[in-house]
Write a protein that binds this ligand. Structure first.
Ligand code: MOS
Length: 771
């Protein structure tokens, strides 16, 4: 870094930020006082239960609800025959989806069945049990057709989309002439990687509680990662102004991306509540969770690389084929990470989609980066073995000093330190470079590593700070806390920004009535919301400073605003700390009980807006937009493989990341552990089986969809590189929700190769693939 990062002058002085504070909401959670979206005991509350399609393709020929309607307590049954018309459906003729609508199709808007598990009815009854019983009594006659289960079906329509993710990324990318470079490369390698369908499976399933307060005013308690995005989607569906749709999410039991959008069950529950004129609550069953909120798509990646004999990359060609729904062009953008992880002069990527009778897949933790890194990080390992170069060394030989995909300099990058520190903590130097020879008794031992990276996405949000003369503050932002610590870290940021103790701060989130914050998704919440909170506190200090310098009784009377700083809740002269006063004294003299400030935190604006801009030297004000902003890290994995049973056990784990400022050492460590475990699940056990003939999931429950349990996971070592990034935002926070799982499956697969000499490129690595 060629200059001092100016934000350090303005960001909170060292205090509780970074400290391993316990969760501020932890006590409420273990006491059962934290209310999740399905836990509001509203007067007159009734229960919604979905009836879902048994077939994956065809039509509802007839639907007989007469028996179900006769059940005691049944109030209403919604079907495609009586669903009130919405102002907008996602499949409107103009083809434009509502913001936050993840699918271009809404069930119950016609008799057509596109996927198994598609809702065909929603029963509302006075108890959950009665609604469930009534749903079972609905008789549906289907005109069934043979479905297509996946892109691998020969009948599937395969095409090259111009855009994937419905317009958010290009279906084709080219940098230089990769084909020519490959032709001239001394080393050529092509490998095919497959990834199973994965489901997010948050502990708390999708849940909606809808209350109409007036014919044109609704409140929805929703299990969502973004109250504003849900509000926008619902207001479009319902044709209501946004301020007449209130969305509240105080606590979330995980999400991992599946709660990043407004899915059909939410819209249908809101409509049901309107029809019955009572609050309706709907909670997805675990099997319904598998067909209601998206998934990580089944996919094949073909990665071709050309390299010199010294292991220097010359060409990368990435091709991906994956399954999508009958209406959407959604694919995770795997190629983005492959295009920037290493210095390589040429790059080419193509996406292919195959239409099948499935719902649209969606963001799943590190969408694109997680499976993309599996391909590139496995292939780099392959290349290292082929050339007899250490896996870390080959990565250093291809170290990207700037972003190869854009040519921009990095805003910061500590990957070298991550490799070095990770290797040291792990004991990488003890590794015998030969595969298949290290043993622990009869078990084969393997060491593997992989690089991680995740972008710092563009985002912005607003926060409000209200500071009271009695020395406490209420801080608000319409953010959500997935369970990972937003309440806690924002309390810390507010405490330091205001010079107060954390217990003097009440941080409120999860309500569209609060200032708008982004989705807790794409790893943007920590950086954006913390910067908003910090900027809002700065706004408060500016207001108080103005008051002080106009107040003849203040020691700061007639001081210049730029000469005044806040230190531990005290306004004082920068040059003479003895000249100043506590904010409480100032406010009491002025006779005001509280003072409010608001601030906007943005990514890519470390030097913009408010005081952080004021403190930046002119030379650096415009630089933020010229940098490529990413986190980097490295995972190290030891496995022990049973050569007779083919079972793989992860026995040691080390992760080291450089992700800007870390707001809370404890919750950050937990994030990395959680993401790594998520990745170990994808690497070794997670797979949803979609029957090739019926296009139905055959293991849609937590008994048969295997996720890691404590016994599968060793003690994990997590460290962060002390990284100061002056460009990304006012707080210098990059976010760690998703980088935690990038590279994980490759680290495991590379360790399996080192243990066994067997390269498994099909996830998950189940025993049958080892033997
Ligand atoms: Mo994340 S997959 O952006 O919720």
């Amino acid at each position: 870094m060629d200059h001092e990062p100016a934000f350090f002058e303005t960001s909170p002085k060292p205090g509780v930020v970074g400290m391993p504070l316990n969760r501020v909401d932890g006590r409420d959670k273990v006491m059962g006082k934290a209310k999740y979206s399905a836990e509001y005991p509203l007067p007159g509350l009734v229960y919604g239960v979905l009836k879902t399609s048994a077939i994956a393709k065809g039509r509802v020929q007839s639907i007989d609800t007469s028996l179900a309607m006769k059940e005691p307590g049944v109030l209403q049954i919604l079907t495609h025959l009586n669903l009130p018309k919405l102002a907008k459906t996602p499949n409107d003729p103009e083809g434009k989806k509502a913001i936050g609508a993840p699918m271009g199709f809404l069930p119950l808007t016609s008799d057509v069945i596109y996927y198994a598990g598609q809702p065909v009815a929603l029963v509302v009854a006075d108890t959950f049990e009665r609604a469930t019983q009534a749903a079972a009594l609905i008789r549906v006659n289907y005109a069934a057709e043979a479905p297509i289960a996946a892109y691998t079906d020969k009948r599937a329509q395969i095409f090259n989309p111009e855009k994937i993710q419905d317009g958010k990324a290009d279906g084709y990318t080219r940098r230089g002439d990769a084909r020519a470079a490959l032709a001239g490369a001394p080393i050529k390698m092509t490998a095919v990687y497959t990834h199973a369908i994965n489901h997010h499976n948050p502990m708390e399933p999708g849940a909606t509680t809808a209350i109409w307060e007036a014919p044109d005013r609704v409140t929805v308690y929703e299990s969502t990662q973004g109250v504003t995005r849900t509000q926008k989607a619902l207001s479009a569906y319902l044709g209501l102004p946004q301020d007449q749709v209130r969305v509240i999410t105080k606590f979330l039991g995980g999400g991992f991306g599946c709660k990043g959008s407004c899915w059909p069950h939410t819209v249908l529950t809101v409509q049901a509540a309107k029809m019955v004129g009572r609050p309706v609550k709907l909670v997805l069953t675990r099997p319904q969770q598998f067909t209601s909120m998206g998934h990580r798509e089944d996919q094949t990646q073909t990665l071709t690389l050309g390299a010199s004999k010294e292991g220097k990359l010359l060409a990368l060609i990435h091709e991906k084929t994956s399954t999508t729904s009958p209406w959407d062009n959604y694919a995770e953008a795997n190629s983005k990470i492959i295009n920037l992880l290493y210095e390589c002069p040429t790059f080419e990527s193509h996406y292919e989609l195959g239409r099948a009778n499935v719902m649209t897949s969606t963001f799943t933790r590190a969408p694109g980066e997680a499976p993309g890194s599996f391909a590139i990080e496995s292939s780099m390992d392959d290349l290292a073995y082929q050339l007899g170069i250490d896996p870390i060394e080959i990565r250093l030989r291809n170290y990207a000093e700037k972003d190869p995909s854009t040519g921009q300099p990095w805003s910061s990058k500590s990957l070298r330190q991550c490799y070095a520190r990770g290797a040291e903590l792990f004991g990488w130097s003890k590794r015998n470079p030969k595969a298949g020879v290290t043993k622990n008794g009869r078990l084969l031992v393997g060491y593997g590593m992989a690089t991680a990276s995740y972008p710092v996405h563009n985002s912005q949000g607003t926060a409000r700070v209200r500071l009271y003369a009695d020395g406490h503050a209420v801080v608000q932002a319409g953010a959500t806390d997935l369970g990972t610590g937003t309440y806690t870290v924002m309390t810390q940021v507010a405490a330091d920004s205001l010079g107060l103790a954390p217990d003097k701060i009440r941080f409120e989130l999860g309500d569209t009535k609060l200032p708008t914050a982004p989705n807790s998704g794409g790893s943007v919440a920590a950086g954006t919301v913390s910067s908003s909170v910090y900027m809002a506190a700065q706004d408060v200090w500016e207001r108080l400073t103005k008051m002080a310098i106009k107040d003849p009784k203040s020691p700061l009377f007639k001081a210049k605003a730029e000469d005044v700083a806040m230190e531990n809740g005290r306004l004082q002269l920068k040059k003479d700390a003895s000249k100043g006063e506590d904010f409480k004294a100032l406010m009491k003299r002025a006779g005001i009980d509280d003072i409010e400030g608001s601030g906007q935190g943005k990514y890519g604006s470390g030097y913009e807006a408010g005081q952080s801009a004021a403190n930046a030297s002119d030379a650096h004000k415009d630089e933020a937009g010229k940098h490529s902003m990413h986190s980097f890290g490295a995972h190290f994995c030891e496995v022990q493989v049973d050569p007779d049973l083919g079972t793989v056990r992860v026995t040691r784990w080390v992760s080291v990341h450089g992700a800007g400022r870390i707001l809370n050492a404890k919750t950050a460590r937990s994030q990395i552990i959680g993401g790594s475990i998520f990745g170990i699940g994808a690497a070794l056990m997670e797979a949803t089986a979609r029957d090739p003939h019926y296009a139905r999931y055959t293991n849609a429950d937590l008994g048969d969809y295997h996720i890691p349990v404590n016994a599968d996971i060793p003690d994990m070592t997590v460290e962060f590189i002390d990284e100061h990034d002056p460009y990304i935002n006012a707080m210098g926070v990059k976010g760690i929700g998703e980088i935690s799982m990038v590279g994980v499956s490759a680290a495991v697969a590379n360790a399996v190769f080192h243990a066994t000499g067997k390269r498994v490129r099909d996830l998950p690595i189940t025993p049958d693939k080892i033997l």
